[in-house]
Design a protein around this ligand. Structure first.
Ligand SMILES: Cc1cc2nc3c(=O)[nH]c(=O)nc-3n(C[C@H](O)[C@H](O)[C@H](O)COP(=O)(O)OP(=O)(O)OC[C@H]3O[C@@H](n4cnc5c(N)ncnc54)[C@H](O)[C@@H]3O)c2cc1C
Length: 500
């Protein structure tokens, strides 16, 4: 029986265990998973719902536990490593266990980056043991304990500051504002989400956020104030002090590579793995999820040669992590599988109030480059902005703000490398009441749930096999198990399949 040890118990490790169901049932493998959080794996994507009181911890639970895996899996939670020996193939945990392995898997995820400003002691101690809160009242939203602490602040009705104008910070600010929290968003630089949006789209987004009751403060912070050991406010770049009950840094996530570095495994931003998820230069060590950077060492791999090393990083998204977990289960069971190095950088905002979908390169301007067409439409009154950049009708990138139907159609065309409509203005009709008929026809390959990578066909198959509710379809197809953004689409697809 092969002994597989997984370090880290997040949603990607949980998916790997589920995918190993067959070899576990046949006693071909034994899995030991070690998680530093006291809870078992949960759906991290939905943490903001805990802060607003919209969900309970049970709603996020991924049910990867002794009840569902009574045999073959040892779950060790609330503990971490004190030592690893790759040559000896064993590790020690802080609660004094000695665990031997045949295959070692890093699924250590990422941690939130904290601002390094006066008043906030981000300790420069050994990162293997760094997870303390720098100051009560300053909490990134990365784990369940952060969510609980932020919930306490929200319950007291205090103002909240979100630091960072990336998608995570904006989603969080919107979520809090929707639940009546006074929230301000502080962001450095000219534009919100500068990697995914062009400057005009950024400006429109800032306008939409203000309309949603969020104060958008351009500039950074250069200090943090506290009283009695608790956060009271920030010092903005211009020297003014802004008081609040909590500061939520949302300035990025850093892959947790500290243990890999400690044992001299190759790392760049993440732990470097090849297309079989094997850490470079090893035969039995793997990495998956937010800590893994797929960039192979084969100098003639066309896929990896196309990547600029400086831009290479783990995707930070659940979809590729779950795809890796599925592939690794096959690989550990002796079946061939491979994962791509680059994933589509399509983003969709999780918010009831604001619809935003964007992908690819969107910074081109009309008439600047030969053969590149840029079509743009903006309406500040309704907060709508649509931009499509294409070459010879192939969509290179797009932004759809306040235009959910156009966003869905463009996302589908972008992912299928489909052609942009000859007359781009037809996209506008999709978001008008009379334009409902223009919604694109779904094909069996149309992706319904991006997080779990589930297309229409498996959903229809689940209904044909007897699933009668969205929950049952989710259970057997996994559609809708990630961010929940596909819920409406899934409901309509399930009811259509039932009717058929
Ligand atoms: C608020 C929020 C919203 C998000 N929204 C989206 C979204 O809409 N769409 C999307 O695709 N992605 C989203 N993400 C990102 C998504 O959650 C991650 O891609 C996903 O959680 C990665 O899973 P993972 O298992 O690789 O790592 P993680 O979820 O980070 O889990 C890793 C686990 O390993 C543990 N660990 C680390 N080191 C050790 C150690 N040495 N010993 C023991 N345990 C250890 C950690 O404590 C953690 O529990 C969001 C993330 C957050 C925080």
């Amino acid at each position: 029986m092969r002994r597989i040890v997984i370090i880290g118990f997040g949603p990607v490790a949980a998916r790997l265990i589920e995918e190993l169901e067959e070899p576990l049932a046949q006693s071909r493998v034994h899995v030991c998973v070690i998680g530093s959080e006291p809870e078992g794996a949960y759906n991290r994507i939905l943490l903001a719902n805990l802060v607003t009181g919209h969900s309970t911890p049970q709603d996020l639970d991924l049910a990867c536990d002794e009840t569902n895996f009574p045999e073959g899996v040892t779950f060790l939670t609330g503990t971490t490593l004190s030592d690893i020996s790759l040559d000896g193939q064993y590790l020690h945990t802080t609660d004094d266990r000695l665990i031997s392995f045949d295959d070692l898997i890093f699924a250590t995820g990422a941690r939130a980056v904290l601002p390094r400003v006066p008043g906030l002691d981000v300790l420069d101690t050994d990162p293997c043991h760094l997870d303390s809160i720098p100051l009560p009242g300053v909490h990134p939203l990365r784990d369940m304990s952060d969510a609980r602490r932020l919930r306490e602040v929200v319950e007291t009705g205090q103002d909240v500051l979100v630091l960072g104008g990336g998608i995570l910070g904006i989603e969080l600010a919107l979520n809090l504002a929707e639940h009546g929290v006074q929230v301000s968003l502080i962001h450095r630089g000219q534009d919100l989400m500068p990697r995914q949006l062009d400057p005009d789209a950024s400006r429109m987004l800032a306008h939409v956020l203000r309309q949603a009751g969020i104060q958008v403060i351009p500039g950074g912070i250069n200090g943090v104030r506290s009283e009695g050991g608790r956060f009271t406010g920030v010092v903005l770049d211009d020297g003014t002090v802004r008081e609040a009950g909590a500061l939520i840094p949302a300035i990025g996530a850093q892959p947790r590579t500290e243990w890999a570095k400690k044992v001299r495994l190759p790392t760049h931003r993440g732990i470097l793995v090849d297309h079989q998820l094997r850490v470079h230069g090893t035969s039995n060590i793997y990495a998956i999820g937010d800590c893994a950077e797929v960039l192979c060492s084969n100098p003639v791999c066309p896929e990896c040669m196309a990547i600029d090393y400086q831009d290479s990083a783990p995707s930070g998204l659940i979809g590729p992590g779950w795809q890796q977990a599925q592939a690794l289960a096959d690989i550990l069971d002796g079946t061939h599988n491979r994962v791509p190095s680059q994933v589509s950088q399509l983003i969709t905002m999780k918010s009831q109030a604001v619809s935003l979908t964007a992908a690819g390169s969107v910074h081109a301007r009309a008439f600047e480059q030969p053969r590149v067409d840029v079509a743009t439409w903006e309406d500040p009154r309704t907060g709508r902005y649509l931009k499509v950049v294409s070459r010879d009708r192939n969509i290179l990138g797009f932004v759809a703000l306040g235009a959910p139907e156009a966003g869905a159609e463009l996302a589908m065309l972008f992912e299928r490398s489909g052609a942009a409509p000859g007359d781009r203005s037809v996209l506008l009709a999709a978001d008008t009441p009379s334009g409902a008929d223009t919604a694109p026809e779904l094909t069996p390959e149309s992706i319904i749930c991006r997080c779990a990578g589930v297309a229409l066909a498996p959903i229809q198959q689940a209904v044909s096999a007897g699933a009668t509710t969205v929950a049952e379809v989710s259970k057997c197809s996994r559609a809708g198990t990630g961010c929940g953004g596909c819920k409406d689409k899934l409901e309509s697809v399930v009811s259509q399949a039932m009717a058929a």
